[in-house]
Design a protein around this ligand. Structure first.
Ligand code: AMP
Ligand code: MG
Length: 373
């Protein structure tokens, strides 16, 4: 029977809507940019009107020198380096390639042009101009611009992401009926790869009291990734405990394979990504949802994780959910791997990407993919 599960895009939209957007303050020019006429080349600053006449060299100006020590008159020039302010009287810079210096005299190989190789005062911006409107997401170039206009903006601290696996079956030296915790280290590595301050927490037994205790003492953790315990089994206590603690459940269950039981909730100041326990599901849902939360909490722009590529052969996908199919990638060509389903970490570990296969499956052809990082 058809279950009206939440499509991925709608789940992502709900998550975005629940988290406020942060942005940078308005950035305005605190002075003309450049603040004075400046040389754009290494060469000689001179008066273009003197044409080809040889010039007497008065000295040299380096970037950072006060240009007031020189005044360029008729028949004179000052050697000048890129970034140095122009001395008064000069209105052009002839680059070194086009001049020759002999016995303190400067000779040109061609006539100078007015304003040549000069960055005029205020040509980039006038004092008071708006350079970036309020609310732009943080990026490195914008931080540089803030510094340029004398505005000190601190780097946003790394977001603290806690990772806790759940399951009574997890053991360090597993008996045949137990398994090792692969999700914990995998999700910790993923959070680290995505730029978070990843903190591996002890794994949690499948009992409501243990979950309650953990969720009631989150310390400074801003995002909690759990794996397991969110589906319909008798020991899947996470949804119930979250409700009991008054968490705001944004959604539970999405239309995606693997990863149907995915749950996202907000408890106090902490965003909880309740990932399914099967390793492919846990990985792929974290890969899809964690970057969105990180971007919102950091105030950085969200990056589109999808690329387009060519699936080289047909992939079946019976049922009502789109499938993320592990593939290797060569150029933009995707080669599907024989995955044994959501528990198959061996195949995921061989994959470069996961291809989006619509419900019902698809023939060879173009589709989107997400990179396995
Ligand atoms: P669950 O979502 O808790 O029902 O778990 C689904 C499947 O994923 C079960 O086969 C679990 O044994 C397995 N699983 C759960 N947690 C982990 C983990 N941390 N590492 C590896 N496999 C897990
Ligand atoms: Mg479990």
């Amino acid at each position: 029977m058809f279950e009206p599960l939440l499509p991925l895009d709608e789940a992502l939209a709900l998550l975005r809507a629940a988290l406020p957007e942060k942005g940078l303050p308005r950035l305005g020019a605190d002075r003309d940019d450049p603040a004075l006429d400046r040389s754009a080349m290494d060469g000689a600053a001179l008066r273009h009107a003197d044409g080809m006449a040889p010039r007497r060299i008065l000295g040299t100006l380096f970037a950072g020198d006060d240009p007031a020590v020189f005044r360029v008159g008729p028949g004179e020039a000052v050697r000048i380096m890129t970034g140095a302010a122009l001395p008064s009287g000069a209105d052009a810079v002839v680059p070194v390639e086009d001049l020759r210096i002999e016995g303190g005299q400067l000779f040109l190989s061609r006539p100078p042009e007015p304003g040549e190789a000069v960055r005029p005062q205020g040509s980039q911006a006038r004092s008071g101009d708006e350079l970036l409107p309020e609310g732009a997401p943080f990026n490195a170039a914008r931080l540089g611009l803030a510094a340029q206009v004398g505005h000190r903006i601190e780097l946003p601290p790394r977001i603290q992401v806690g990772i806790a696996s759940t399951g009574n079956e997890l053991g360090k030296d597993p008996l045949p009926y137990q398994i090792r915790d692969s999700n914990g280290p995998m999700l910790t590595a993923l959070a680290y790869r995505l730029g978070a301050d990843a903190l591996a927490l002890p794994s949690l037994a499948d009992d409501p009291e243990t979950l309650r205790q953990r969720l009631s003492n989150l310390g400074g953790i801003q995002i909690l990734l759990t794996s397991g315990g969110v589906s319909m089994g008798d020991k899947d206590h996470l949804p119930g405990v979250l409700k009991e603690l008054g968490a705001r459940i944004l959604f539970h269950k999405i239309r995606l394979k693997p990863g149907k039981p995915m749950l996202v909730a907000i408890l106090g100041d902490c965003v909880i990504l309740g990932l399914p326990g099967n390793p492919q599901s846990a990985y792929l849902n974290a890969l899809l949802f964690l970057p969105v939360v990180l971007a919102r909490l950091e105030g950085t722009p969200e990056r589109n994780p999808w690329r387009r590529g060519q699936l080289v052969e047909a992939v079946k996908n019976p049922g009502e959910r789109p499938l993320l199919q592990p593939c290797t990638l060569e150029g933009d060509r995707m080669f599907p791997l024989r995955s044994k389903g959501s528990g198959d970490l061996i195949t995921l570990a061989k994959a470069d990407v996961c291809a989006w296969i619509p419900e019902g499956g698809m023939e060879a052809g173009e589709t989107r993919y997400i990179e396995v990082v």
